[in-house]
Design a protein. Sequence first.
Length: 298
Amino acid sequence: MTIGEIITSRPSTVTPMYARPLTCSIGAELRNVDLADVAHDDALFTELRALLLEHKVLFFRDQRMSRADHVALAERFGPLEDHPVVGSDPEHPGLVRIYKDLDSPPEHYENAFHCDATWRENPPMGSVLRCVEGPDVGGDTIWVNMALAYQRLPGHVKEQIDGLRARHSIEATFGARMPIEQRLELKERFPDAEHPVVRTHPETGEKILFVNCFTTHFTNFHTPDNVRFGIDYAPGGADLLRYLISQASIPEYQVRWRWTPNSVAIWDNRSTQHYAVQDYWPAVRKMERAGITGDRPF
């Protein structure tokens, strides 16, 4: 067994499931795994879920699973959710189509580091993303270990953000390009959510830095401990938020995946951020994602 290779405990008659780490901090590629089988096998799914908690994002090549298998696999983790802006497959609710071609609008907020849908009160637990069609080169996706990003913050910053909370907005992001009436209607359906700046992973207990491009401002920063004069709050609070958001751009916390048709990524949305690199125009990139409903961050 090579260094970093994990062989999980399964019956000897079954080919072992291998997870080969891709970086020192996040991500592993699994081989000898058919996700269509995992979607319908309790033991295989239990094994996969444990590896996901360990590596935070898992990658697979040459997966010939159907859309029904895709949905069935994601539903193993929990109920699926639709997206209010990005369209879903009409025959498979919850399977979101992220199709980019010459006629596609550029504003999908993929090419910014983000944690999916933190503008929800209960952001997604995770996602299963499959490449349907992609460019010969370009269109990679980057994932970031935000537990490690928190762990490596300076001590005085950890003290400063302990107990801080922040707002996350769909109106200020997806809604920004809409006519005002449509934008306000979107905000009425999805009021800004408030989450802790540092959340606790409900399964691993890890502390996670939980701010991203959907985060607009702190909600409880303006206290006597933090603010002597107005300038301490504005731009002081905003400067701190920008610093925290910038931690996702540190390469030592990242893994970068090159897509090929029928490759798949499964990630834990609670402990990661990701960034879809939009460097492939005018090539076509078609992805399908099943987002899994999560719980309220604490």
